[in-house]
Design a protein. Sequence first.
Length: 353
Amino acid sequence: MNKNKCALASLLCVSLIAGLVLTASAGSRNVADTLEQTATVSALANRFAFNAAAMAGERLVVAGMRGTILYSDDQGQQWRQASVPVSVSLTGICFADAANGWAVGHRGVILATRDGGAHWTRQLDGVQVAQSILHVRQDPERIDEARRLVAEGADKPFLTVQCMGDGRVLALGAYGLAFSTKNAGQSWQPALALLDGSDSLHLNAVQVLGGRVYVAGEQGALLRVNNDLQGFTRFASPYEGSFFGLLATRNNSLLAVGLRGHVLRSVDQGSSWQPVNLASTKSLTAATELRDGSLLLADESGQGWLSRDDGRSFRAVLPEERFPLIALLALSDGGSLAVGTHGITRFLPSALR
């Protein structure tokens, strides 16, 4: 892995590199393959590192290191551990409805659930990913690249996943990985417009707005494709550092957040982006829209940033327990769940007034 490209200051990239090192170490020691080893059940699982959170109807679901997925039916007061067939780190999760969801992670893993996150099955892994890319390549240069992917094995991670409705799901990851399904995961195919247009950059975040799909990634990458994953556009970005979060608001604005406290805002479907001043140089890792329409960001120090004017300005807020945060999830009480390196915390509604 090119560690310079990965922007080591970011928690997300530190997690990415750590997962790949663990994978390599496991192979050298001939221990159980993380694609075949189930996630270990632990009474302390709620203190593990988590990278993603989503709603399955009214159920809260979080996913993180070593294949750990937890779910709660009482708004996070108690957590139960899901049955997961792999022990790779999981980096993204989404639900199409209360029952059907997908999680993605290291080694090209895509998991699916049909019971709201209690039990998961594997639909795709990195070996199948590489073979699928090789199958669709035609020109000699890209065939050689695809053959290298096959030779390298299952070592490329997916980083985010977006449920798009009607059985359609989009998974994005490192080195421009982009795969989609139109049939709820019965089959997965390379999303060629994104795979070819991304220039092998890490794709870290995805959102849907106005029938189009927006993607943010490293080196200032801000991309768009149509809802059918065709019609690729790459936007000019006023910032060349990595973005780790992307948010589409109910007012049809877009926010991209990333390294060193950078926030960009667009009100014209990504055609132009304006910097937003934030009183911090900490890297921003997550963004969500709260129940009342306020916007909440989180950074690598555990600080929250709240906006009540659709992202034009932000003020500092604090969670119940402060530690480096990686993902946010708006809650029905007006607050937000937050997950990161030390487990699960939340921003209470009283802290967001």
